[in-house]
Design a protein around this ligand. Structure first.
Ligand SMILES: [Zn+2]
Length: 331
């Protein structure tokens, strides 16, 4: 994930005060942390959840074992190969949407590709589920090692791992509903403050307008940082500001409420710059960013599988699966 604007500032001040308060409460006056686990939010009856969080978390670890997946890197190529095999085996049509970009540091041509994974490709009524699958070149917010290794388990890996598991459930959905999973390259192929974000989603959105497909996407849902072990997903302010997207936000958060997943919090918090901006402004697709931005490991070396959990993936995956089922029945 790229950038965010937190507003109003007073909330930040209050949050800092709250964190200070929590630290004081946890460490007490004698300086020792209390031996207790962080409180878990509502546990859901997982027996009813067809989405296998443990398997999705296994995919997350497999993605991270490939190492950094920076656009144009060997890690990215290995990931593309793994995902193409995975989704093809499950019956999807997988097509790389290739484009080139000048490397911002040395000017060399970098080969990039969005991965388009189509379910029921003949269906004209379609929805788009998407995530970025590149990782940032460096963990530049890391306090110790900002030029170190960035693995991007949550930021870059979690959306992909969720879709890999969702792929196992796609054959159960109504075949009249077409679903495209699109994995965007180069969401954050950035080395300095002037480098451009969202190259993959920008290319995808422009192509959608320049060479319109036979279908129109009814909705687009962007999944970003959905694996945080301490899951809390507020409504994102850009998505909320778009009138066309509000019914989609309502559907998703109502689906979560119906399932008893209260990690989907029914109020706004952050304004996020992310791939959904290109989908909405360029391609005119009503879009929502489903993102948990309260993630201390963001853009640090600590963004590893240990900071994520099977349970969080299971919750977001279940909401997405249920939402796909309900949106299919609205045809
Ligand atoms: Zn990021």
């Amino acid at each position: 994930m790229a950038k965010y604007i937190n507003k109003p500032a007073i909330l930040t001040a209050l949050a800092v005060l709250a964190v200070v308060g929590v630290c004081i409460a946890q460490f007490g006056l004698n300086g020792h942390a209390e031996e207790r686990e962080a409180p878990r939010r509502g546990t859901v009856p997982n027996a009813e959840n067809p989405f296998d969080g443990a398997r999705s978390y296994g995919y997350l670890k497999a993605i991270c074992e490939l190492g950094p997946r920076v656009s144009g890197s060997p890690g990215m190529s290995a990931q593309q190969e793994m995902l193409t095999q995975h989704f093809t085996k499950l019956g999807a049509k997988v097509t790389p949407q290739r484009f080139r970009y000048r490397h911002p540091q040395d000017g060399s041509a970098v080969e990039m590709a969005n991965l388009i994974i189509e379910w029921n490709p003949e269906a004209k009524d379609r929805v788009l589920l998407c995530a970025h699958y590149d990782t940032r070149p460096y963990p530049d917010r890391d306090p110790q090692n900002p030029q170190g290794e960035f693995i991007g388990a949550n930021d870059g890996g979690s959306g992909v791992a969720l879709m890999m598991e969702l792929g196992n459930l796609m054959s159960r959905l109504d075949p009249k509903l077409g679903v495209d999973f699109v994995l965007f390259d180069a969401e954050e192929f950035v080395f300095g403050p002037n480098d451009r974000y969202f190259l993959g989603s920008e290319y995808f959105a422009r192509q959608y307008v320049a060479e319109p497909p036979a279908h129109k996407y009814r909705w687009a849902v962007l999944l970003d940082m959905v694996g945080d072990a301490d899951l809390e997903i507020f409504q994102e302010r850009n998505s909320l500001s778009w009138r066309e997207s509000r019914p989609l936000i309502k559907e998703i958060w109502q689906t979560a409420a119906r399932l008893g997943i209260d990690e989907f919090v029914d109020r706004p918090k952050y304004e996020i710059q992310d791939d959904h901006l290109r989908l909405y402004y360029t391609a005119k697709i009503p879009s929502v960013d489903v993102i948990d931005f309260d993630y201390p490991a963001w853009h640090t070396e600590a963004d590893r599988p240990e900071a994520c959990s099977a349970e969080s993936l299971a919750k977001v995956g279940w909401v997405m699966h249920e939402w796909l089922k309900s949106t299919a029945s609205q045809q």
